[in-house]
Design a protein around this ligand. Sequence first.
Ligand SMILES: [Zn+2]
Length: 295
Amino acid sequence: MLVNMKEILDDAAKKKYAIPCINTPNEETVRAVIGAAEELGVPIIIDHAQVHDSLIPIERIGPIMLKYAREAKVPVCVHLDHGSDYTFLMRAIRVGFPSIMYDCSALPFEENVRRVKDFVEIAHKLGITVEAELGIMASASPEDTHGDVDPEKRALTNADIRKFFTDPDEAARFADETGCDALAVCFGTMHGIYLEEPELDIERVKVLRAKVRQDCNIVMHGASGVPFDQDILAIDAGCSKINYYSYMAKATTGFVGDKIKETEGKIAYHELQEAAYEFMKGYAKNVISTFRNGK
Ligand SMILES: [Zn+2]
C-alpha cells in the first residue's frame, strides 16, 4: 500500500520508534527493503536520492518503486531524498512520488524558509508530504554530498560537524513558517562512511523535539555507521524517521566479494544478484527491528 510520510510517521513519533528510510537505487534493493518490512509486518520508507539520478533516472526507478509499494502488504512511503533543484522536484511529482524532500539547507535561513514554504503550499494541495533540512549535513566525500554544499562545508571531523548543528529556536521557527511535515536536523551525523566514531548531541535532539511543532517529525540522516545504541538514544530523544544506506551498501559489497571467492568465481551473475537480495533483506530486517525500539 502506497502512503505518504505523515500516514506512517505520526504513529512512530507518538510511540517513540523510528521508521528507516532506505535508498533503493535498483530493483533488488527495492525488493529487499520492502520484503524485509513485509516479513516484519511494519511500514517502511524507500527513497530515491537526486544524487543517484546519474546512476538510474527517477523516471526509470520511480515507477518500479511505486509498483512494489502499491502491491506491498504493508504501508510503503516512496520518498525523494535530497531534492535540491526545483526541476527535479517537478520530475518526482510527475512520476507520482507521494513524499518529497526539498533540501535548501545550503542556502541562508530566510531563503531556505521562503523556498520550502512555497513548495509546501503546492505539495500539500497534491497530498504530497514535504521534508526539509536545517543545519548542514556533512559528507565524507564529494560523491556523497547531497544538495549544493560548498566544498568548504564538507566537514570531516566531529569538531567540523559541530559548526553546522541545527539551532533549536531556528528549527521551531522554520517548522512554523514553512509548514513542512518533517525536518532533517544536524546533531553529529554525516553522510557516507565515517572517518571517526560520530559523537551525537542527544540533548540537542531532546530540545529540538520539545521546541519544534509536534506534528513536524524530526529526521536523522547518516545513521548508518552510527552504533545502534546511539541510534536508539536519538530515537528516544525524538527522531522518528531515520535515513540509512551507506553501510548497507558497503556490507553488501563485502558479501558479494566473499560469495565470489567462496565459489571461485563460478557463480552465475543472476544467482549472485539473488544472493545479494537475500543478504540485503536480512540486513534491512535488522535495521528495521532495531529502530522499532521494542515497539
Ligand atoms: Zn541525507
